[in-house]
Design a protein around this ligand. Structure first.
Ligand SMILES: *[C@@H]1O[C@H](CO)[C@@H](O)[C@H](O)[C@H]1NC(C)=O
Ligand SMILES: *[C@@H]1O[C@H](CO)[C@@H](O)[C@H](O)[C@H]1NC(C)=O
Length: 916
């Protein structure tokens, strides 16, 4: 290059260089590869229906097997060839389930797909046996709970829930948009095929879509239906002056460089919408269906488009749900509190699994850590720079030619030794295992899968062959339990050569991603186990793969080692199998910003163990953005840094001393708070209530919180405000509620119910402890969370106006399932009348116990003036002095903090500490 003298060549070079620099930044999202609603016939048809066009009538209402049943028949005798069967069931806790399907006795050409393995058996068996239906002439009414009843209106057919006083809560088909296309056999000359770009979908049973409207009464906002990169409160997609013109799409897709503000569907789908309003509380509507779904949030006046708006007696938000296939299997969750809805939803689809303790700490990932030497270097640099981390990840390049369960023997000749070196420091490794199998006759997995007929078939019945990382690939038919079980066995230590017990798994590309398939996925007419078409199952494919992987790790550990599996694709129930991340985001401030509503939405829909790639996957973050991302990411329930192959290296020590210090501080913040996080994970495990929560979940009556998705709660005690712009000197932070908030860095108290304009520096993002709470911490610095097991605790007591506070601590062995039989410590700490008390709140034992000699060696009291000089510990009658401080909280003179050093009470015991 240095010898080039020709100015022309130089110009040409400069030109080429500038092109290659600019091309990627000009919206890389390949919009044309994906269908919009107009290009999706079922969506287009459903969207063109006008309100009140449904002519179905509910007839022959009766009680059958404990359900209310009815026939949906067409009033004018058309266009329904066969009546549909409506089934309404009521479950414990007042959950209403509404099913509509074709009548199997009338011989539809095949059974429509009902998603198996999502609804818990435990839930099914909590069905209340209906015995009575009150006939009100125009409608039939059944009892739901002490203050709610479910109503089936006959003509036109409509299902709704109302309060006994008469007010409506939630309804279906109130706008008459219900439509159900029945399966048909092709007649001579009929062609149902659809084309998109170069792909043709044969649609052998004709159009089979279902659509209907759902109304949320008294709602100010609706939320949920991940996964989209959008605000937490969902904007209308139809009606006068709307922001988005496309519906929210639920179709699991591998979208290259997704946009940060779009209703477009990405990797996962959960058709659960929540509503919240100051008057009406919180409700939820869930449609269990795995086909492509499109959902419109209808803006005020949407139905006046044809000139006439219906007067409505109650304020409400209307929505329109459209799905390509499947049946209606819908659940009404009636709150009334935000946490009730999440509990109700997870009582149907399962509570989040309890992660291993190490998995709640910091994860270091990159595509790719090149070889064993690279792994060794990165690992030792963390120690050299005193930065804790727990897990080192290997992406696709660690394999032999993208054949999963193998190692590149040149780059990773000693995988077991490598894992053992990490394990010696209490660290773990994660490798990637994707669902595409390289079509290579010498690859044992491919051989077995081919011989056993374990692949998804194309529409002609041959093994489907698509293009992915390994080149020509086939895809396991994980809908089939036999195939899942076979796959699960591949994870045993014997079968997975080079694996050790400290190795865990990452599932990527499980939408499934097919580079040369329609919309980068599998054709809709591909065939699964039992003749199920891919279109009917698509959104659940990744779920089944995730399930099979988690089952594999469960088998490997003889059922006593909690699996850790990260998945990109998800579906209702994925919370039972592991963690989810928000996929391939970009190193831009806007992506940092949208990560918060994305993770919050996952939490609202059951998936609490979630996070976004810290730093942004694509592109190179500038240093300030990277630091801010660490500071925010330290509060994501799942905290992992990850980066694309083509990005510059960005381990935390590569940006100069000051920035290393800032990133170290951010990561240490997470480690200090691990006892609090783990306690919250257990709360999620038992109730479904997420670790990371929107403000309105904790302050449901405070309207100022309903749209706020810049700040969030971690549990009920910590409020975090992200910083989303470069060079920020101030942040405007709304602190909800009537109590005050203590700045977690300075201890300074701020009033609640007020927006504060706070100065910010580069050293942290604003985070506050709510007055009235107690947070357990572990302040000693170690290399990994595993090495902190025996460390003492600090309690931070933030007193409220009546000098009271309360908090919890949950501890178990961090890895086995014995906590399920009572092997754990669960304490409540409460401070009242000048006395701190620790009480046992563990459920009565069921066989196993867990013990710990850990002590509390420091108690920090926020909000007490320095007049108090001593404390008395009981039992033991031990007198301790109280000191002002800690010093680092004295940065501001107005802070009131006291410290009790070395009370040395055990976390497992009952005790009190009295302030004298
Ligand atoms: C909690 O997590 C465990 C382990 O993942 C799981 O088996 C259990 O079903 C979860 N839920 C409850 C209520 O324990
Ligand atoms: C000591 O603390 C208690 C509350 O625990 C308070 O009521 C009392 O006034 C305090 N005494 C002094 C001297 O500040």
């Amino acid at each position: 290059m240095a010898t080039t003298r020709s100015p022309l060549l130089l110009l040409l070079l400069l030109f080429l260089l500038s092109c290659s620099l600019h091309i990627p930044s000009v919206s890389s999202w390949k919009k044309d590869e994906f269908r919009n609603c107009k290009q999706t016939p079922f969506c287009h048809r459903a969207r063109s229906r006008s309100p009140r066009s449904c002519s179905l009538v509910a007839a022959d209402v009766a009680i059958h097997d404990g359900d209310l049943t009815a026939k949906l028949v067409s009033k004018n005798g058309e266009p329904f060839e066969n009546p549909l069967i409506l089934k309404l069931s009521v479950y414990k806790g007042g959950i209403l389930r509404v099913r509509v399907d074709e009548d199997p006795n009338l011989g539809p050409p095949k059974k429509r797909f009902e998603v198996p393995d999502v609804v818990l058996g435990e839930f099914e068996s909590s069905k209340l046996w209906l015995s009575r239906v009150s006939d009100e002439g125009v409608s039939s009414v059944v009892y739901l709970s002490s203050d709610l009843e479910a109503v089936v209106r006959h003509d036109p057919f409509e299902v709704y829930v109302r309060r006994k006083g008469g007010e409506r809560v939630l309804s279906m088909n109130s706008n008459g948009l219900f439509d159900f296309e029945q399966l048909r056999m092709k007649k001579e000359g009929e062609d149902w095929s659809e084309s998109f770009r170069s792909h043709t979908d044969s649609r052998p049973y004709g159009p089979q879509s279902i659509s209907f409207d759902v109304s949320f009464y008294g709602a100010d906002f609706v939320y949920g239906i991940p996964e989209h990169a959008t605000a937490l409160a969902l904007s209308p997609t139809r009606g006068p002056g709307v922001e988005f013109s496309e519906p929210y799409r639920l179709f699991n897709l591998d979208v290259f460089e997704y946009l940060h503000d779009s209703p477009f569907g990405i990797y996962g789908s959960i058709p659960l919408m929540l509503s919240h309003g100051k008057g009406s509380g919180t409700n939820g509507f869930f449609w269990l269906n795995a086909a492509e779904m499109q959902i419109d949030v209808l803006g005020k006046g949407w139905d006046a488009e044809d000139g006439i708006a219906l007067p409505s007696s109650q304020e409400r938000i209307d929505t329109h749900w459209m799905s390509e296939a499947g049946i209606v299997d819908a659940f009404f969750f009636l709150g009334p509190e935000p946490k009730d809805v999440v509990q109700q939803y997870t009582s149907v689809t399962g509570r989040p699994s309890m992660p291993q303790h190490f998995a709640t700490a910091y994860h270091q990932c990159r595509w790719n850590y090149r070889d064993e030497e690279d792994v060794g270097n990165v690992d030792s640099k963390f120690d050299e720079f005193d930065i804790p981390y727990d897990v080192l990840w290997l992406d696709i390049e660690h394999t032999n030619g993208k054949r999963y369960f193998t190692w590149d023997s040149a780059l990773f000749p000693h995988p077991e030794e490598m894992q053992k070196k990490l394990a010696d420091k209490g660290r773990h490794m994660v490798t990637i295992v994707d669902p595409h199998i390289k079509r290579d006759d010498d690859y044992y997995i491919h051989k077995e899968a081919t011989n056993n007929g374990y692949y998804v078939k194309d529409s002609s019945g041959k093994d489907y062959d698509g293009w992915c990382w390994p080149g020509s690939s086939s895809y396991l038919d994980v809908l089939n339990p036999e195939i899942r079980s076979w796959w699960a066995d591949k994870f045993s230590l014997q079968n997975y050569a080079g694996s050790t017990p400290s190795l865990y798994i990452w599932n990527d590309m499980n939408e499934p991603s097919v580079f040369n398939g329609p919309e980068v996925t599998m054709p809709r007419d591909a065939l699964h186990h039992g003749g199920v078409e891919h279109r009917e199952l698509h959104n659940a494919y990744g779920y089944y793969f995730h399930m099979a992987t988690a089952d594999g790790l469960l088998k490997r550990g003889n059922g006593n080692d909690r699996p850790f599996v990260l998945s990109r694709a998800f579906f209702p129930g994925s919370q039972r199998y592991g963690a989810i991340w928000t996929g391939d985001n970009t190193a831009e401030w806007e992506h940092l910003r949208v990560s918060v509503p994305m993770v919050l939405t996952l939490g609202l829909t059951g998936i609490t163990f979630a996070g976004a790639d810290v730093g942004g996957f694509f592109g190179n973050p500038d240093t300030e953005l990277l630091v801010r991302w660490y500071q925010l990411g330290a509060y994501y329930p799942f905290f992992r840094a990850h980066a694309h192959h083509d990005t510059k290296r960005r381990e935390p020590w590569l940006f100069g001393d000051r920035n290393t210090e800032l990133m170290r501080d951010a990561i240490r913040t997470r480690y200090i708070l691990l006892p609090y996080f783990y306690t919250l994970f257990r709360e999620a495990n038992t109730t479904g209530v997420p670790v990371m929560r929107p403000l309105w979940m904790e302050f449901p009556a405070d309207e100022a919180t309903f749209k706020n998705d810049e700040a969030f709660m971690v549990g009920n005690s910590i409020l975090v405000q992200g910083i989303y712009t470069a060079g920020a000197k101030h942040a405007s932070v709304y602190l909800p509620g009537g109590q005050s908030w203590y700045d977690m860095k300075t201890g300074v108290a701020y009033k609640g119910g007020v927006t504060h304009n706070l100065g910010v520096s580069d050293d942290s993002i604003p985070a506050f402890q709510k007055a009235g709470t107690i947070i357990p911490r572990k302040d000693r610095f170690r290399r990994s969370s595993t090495q902190m097991v025996n460390d003492p605790y600090t309690l931070v007591i933030a007193l409220d106006g009546s000098l009271e506070a309360e908090g919890e601590l949950y501890v178990d062995d961090g890895k086995s399932f014995e906590f399920g039989q009572g092997a754990y410590i669960h304490r409540r700490f409460s401070f009242t009348k000048g006395q701190l008390t620790s009480t046992n709140i563990a459920a009565p034992g069921s066989g196993k116990t867990f013990s710990s000699n850990c002590i509390i060696d420091r108690i920090i009291l926020l909000g007490l003036s320095s007049g108090n000089k001593s404390a008395l510990v009981e039992p033991g009658n031990i007198k301790l002095t109280i000191e002002p401080g800690p010093l680092n909280l004295h940065a501001r003179s107005s802070s009131k903090a006291l410290t009790i050093r070395r009370p040395n009470v055990r976390i497992a015991d009952d005790w009190t500490i009295k302030i004298l």
